[in-house]
Design a protein around this ligand. Sequence first.
Ligand code: NAP
Length: 500
Amino acid sequence: MAARAALPKVCIALGLPTTEKLIDQAEKELAAGEHFLEFRLDYLNRPEQGVKAIQQFLAKHPEATVLATCRRHQNHGKYDGLIEDQLKILDAAIDAGAKAIDVEIETAEKVIDKVEHLRAKTQLIVSWHNYEGTPPLEPVLRRMLKVPADAYKVVTTAKKPSDSGKVLALQKAHPRVPLILLAMGETGFPTRVLCNALGGVYTYASPNAVEGTAPGQVSSRVLRNLYRIDKLSKSAKIYGVIADPVRHSLSPNVHNRAFQARRLDAVYLPFLVKSTQLKDFIQLCDSLPVQGFSVTIPHKQRILKYLDHVDLLARRIGAVNTVWKKAGKWRGTNTDAPAVTKPLSKKIKLNKSKVLIAGNGGAARGAAFALADAGAQIAIVGRNPDRVRALAKICGAEPLLREQMNGRRFDALVHATPMGMWPHVNECFFPDQVPADLVFDMVYNPLETELVRRAKAQGATIIPGLEMFLTQAAQQFEIWTEDKAPISVMEKAALEALGK
Ligand code: NAP
């Protein structure tokens, strides 16, 4: 068999009910610069009509590469016909110009000879899907390799973080086997970004304008522009944020842009890690070159027990938001705390100031310790007397309840509750007077909160939450890379992600 042209690196899966819609969507993807398109013939109301669609589309757009798939419903597709008819459709799709076909292993192994006949005419991808989880994959690959093919596609469902590592490990164990590796679902997102860098044949993206065909897919624009999948090498360093939920985090935007600006072979991923999955995530870090990560809700406290070294301030606060690997050991610190004192100390002398902290959660606690260390006189106000008192006691602050606020004024207010945060944009911790002339609101979405609006109306000076976010992110970047953080690039990325 003659050597075959390499397939493009990003495939857009198109599953639509009519040929008109399919062609229309395919043309939109071409216009967006995507040339490798999977036509899911089994998604069409009449799959056999897909052959004509391929012919028409390629006659007009010969530069496109079409992958034809007509997966049977028994094997997680939508095609209702017999294997014989499935193969007939795929054969006709090849004659219509498809450069590759995807045949699921359940069909391929039943009719190896016939499938081999198709392979003589085009590239054959043999695929295996598991929608329930990620079982041991070596037996799966052994089974698949019995069918000669140009590439083997292994698709699982990620239920826990280490499932991504398990899937990607297959490429490491079989560097000479052409593989396409994916773990579906939000937890499996890292596989979509890392598949190509680790040697995979290509990765899948959803169309730029409509829903994709598998859970967890992201658009090619995001994969290429934000995660720079075309630029990452096999030895790219991996960073990320662990959170639940993680989808709305600004950190991937901010850190990936910073890596790009400094031309680093590194990527920053959103890792969905549920509260019970921290140990499993640490296992993932051992199977992939994870060099560091940001930690946010709900892991800031629990992460401590997995770290080899935690600095004194983070230990006193009892929360870590930044982790990195040094000499094979995991180290942790808290960059949220200095991100409170740094912007405040540009405006007031902390050791001569009275600062009110609203809230008694993790962020308030970090602020309280950092401000106490800087010599500020602190008061803490919250809604739960016991919790307010408990925090006030350990950092030498005055405990206050909201109803005790009448007539009290402070040099600065640090607001550390989620009140006013999207979608609760009309909420405000201080319904009447804002009790300070310098107001630091940790909430950054929206950029201008109800508290900020009221404080401005009173003539107060504002430190926006975004400044804290960027200050802590910049410090993380500098810890991880030992390079200066490109602050203006990071700010632009954050504003862009917030739609500004
Ligand atoms: P947390 O640990 O869950 O603490 C939340 C605090 O807010 C608790 O003290 C809670 O009081 C209080 N609270 C919640 N809802 C309230 C309400 N309706 N009325 C009065 N108090 C309420 O969260 P966190 O990590 O400290 O974060 C707090 C806020 O800071 C969040 O909005 C977060 O996004 C923001 N933050 C921003 C940055 C940044 O970089 N800008 C960094 C960290 C955090 P109870 O104890 O009584 O429940």
